[in-house]
Design a protein around this ligand. Structure first.
Ligand code: MN
Length: 246
């Protein structure tokens, strides 16, 4: 089964059609959200479509305005084994909320630990070291999957060491530098994603079926066939789900 482990289904203008197409093609999608308030409505989008799972999130770019939704996060965390999009953003644009982001992320990790652990889709732009510090302080939070990783080679090694998985999409396959980083990651910890509709493919918003571009790029990078690559990714997804609990 093809997997898009990080997609903002609720942010497509034609979300209902996208879900229908995902179902028609049999793609597994992790539908991430950016606020706890969005969780219920986004879950309804996936009703009757068991291969779409909805994740409970609080995006670091919104942490500054939405810290008051942590109570709602704690109430909803029992309803899903997937959490995201969560994490930290160290870029200058969000410098004013850095402390709040950290407080929010640490709260979320504790909440996941209290709930018995979750699969976490994590944003770490310009904040890999801080994300790893928070994860280290909450080892029971669950399985961290770093989405759209843009750190250095050394940070990639530290993340692998810390038990992180990685979801790889269009943004990580475009530059020679990011391809070199990808080479450092164990093949058994890689999944595909689009980050649609934020990320784009050929100048248009990426849709879940565009993970086929990531599969083709990984095949080239690993120097194996597309079908062997797809099989490896399918095994990885099964392993991730199995590791996330009964
Ligand atoms: Mn995203």
């Amino acid at each position: 089964m093809t997997v898009d482990l990080h997609c903002h289904l609720d942010l497509y203008r034609n979300a209902v059609e996208v879900v229908a197409e995902v179902q028609r093609r049999g793609i597994a999608v992790l539908s991430v959200t950016t606020t706890p308030t969005a969780f219920r409505g986004t879950s309804r989008l996936a009703q009757g479509c068991p291969q779409v799972k909805t994740a409970l999130g609080l995006h670091p770019e919104l942490a500054g305005q939405r810290e008051h939704e942590l109570g709602l996060f704690d109430q909803l965390v029992a309803e899903t084994r997937f959490v995201g999009e969560v994490g930290l953003d160290g870029s200058r644009r969000f410098a004013a909320s850095r402390e709040t982001q950290r407080r929010v992320f640490d709260h979320i990790l504790r909440s996941c630990a209290d709930a018995g652990g979750r699969v976490l889709s994590i944003h770490s732009r310009s904040a890999v070291a801080a994300v790893l510090d928070s994860l280290e302080a909450a080892p029971e939070a669950g399985i961290p999957v770093l989405h759209w990783f843009t750190g250095t080679a050394r940070q990639a090694e530290a993340a692998v060491e810390a038990g992180c998985w990685f979801s790889v999409g269009p943004g990580m396959l475009q530059t020679p530098k990011s391809r070199e980083i990808l080479r450092l990651l164990p093949r058994t910890r890689i999944l595909t994603e689009t980050d649609g509709p934020f990320a784009s493919t050929d100048g248009a918003p990426a849709y879940p079926w565009h993970v086929e571009h990531a599969i083709a790029a990984l095949a080239e990078l690993w120097d194996v066939s597309v079908s062997d690559t797809a099989a490896q990714l399918e095994t990885n997804f099964a392993d991730l789900i199995a590791a996330s609990g009964p």
